[in-house]
Design a protein around this ligand. Structure first.
Ligand code: ATP
Ligand code: MG
Length: 171
């Protein structure tokens, strides 16, 4: 399935903020890119990250951004400004059923990050977990994009300049 990542993220964030009043989640930018992935799986992968940010960062702002690099990958970042993951747990949180030491006050079974990483890896990508610049948590998803479809789609977007009226043939 061809998924246009910029449109996909725009729709997802808009729908989430409407459905569950997640006003603190914002998309700060998304490059055009076509990724071959099941839409439902990609949505699950990203919602798991948004739900974690909401659960652990407790109302602190959450940012999502997506960039396309020339080497064939899309990088999707989900960044929160919450308490962050302790350094000694960073390498374990994506293990199945792993729950953080401080997570006993929250609900969960420890599968969210595991599922996300499995979905991304099944599409030849990687997930990495790190401490953000200002504390907090940054999850980085790296996914290969469909080069042919992305280059074609990108040039078509550039040709259809909004407000530009094409001359009518035969007049
Ligand atoms: P589930 O997702 O299955 O409901 P869970 O949220 O505990 O349960 P994961 O999403 O896999 O499981 O996360 C594993 C652990 O990583 C969490 O228990 C928590 O300690 C830590 N963690 C994950 N995301 C964040 C975050 N954004 N901020 C702080 N800690 C996090
Ligand atoms: Mg979770």
């Amino acid at each position: 399935e061809h998924v246009a990542i910029d449109q996909f993220l725009t729709d997802l964030v808009a729908r989430r903020s409407h459905e569950v009043q997640e006003q603190n989640v914002s998309l700060i930018g998304a490059d055009f890119a076509i990724v071959d992935i099941d839409r439902i799986l990609l949505e699950r992968a990203i919602i798991n990250l948004i739900e974690n940010a909401r659960k652990y960062a407790r109302g602190a702002p959450v940012w999502i951004a997506s960039t396309r690099s020339a080497n064939g990958y899309v990088y999707i970042r989900v960044v929160d400004e919450g308490p962050g993951i302790p350094a000694d747990e960073l390498g374990k949180v994506q293990n199945a059923f792993y729950r953080g030491k401080d997570s006993s006050v929250t609900q969960g079974v420890g599968l969210g990050l595991h599922i996300t990483s499995r979905i991304i890896e099944a599409h030849n990508g990687t997930m990495s977990v790190s401490v953000g610049e200002h504390g907090g948590t940054t999850i980085l998803l790296k996914l290969p994009y469909n080069q042919e479809a992305t280059i074609l789609g990108n040039s078509q977007q550039k040709m259809s300049i909004p407000g530009h009226v094409r001359p009518t043939p035969g007049k």
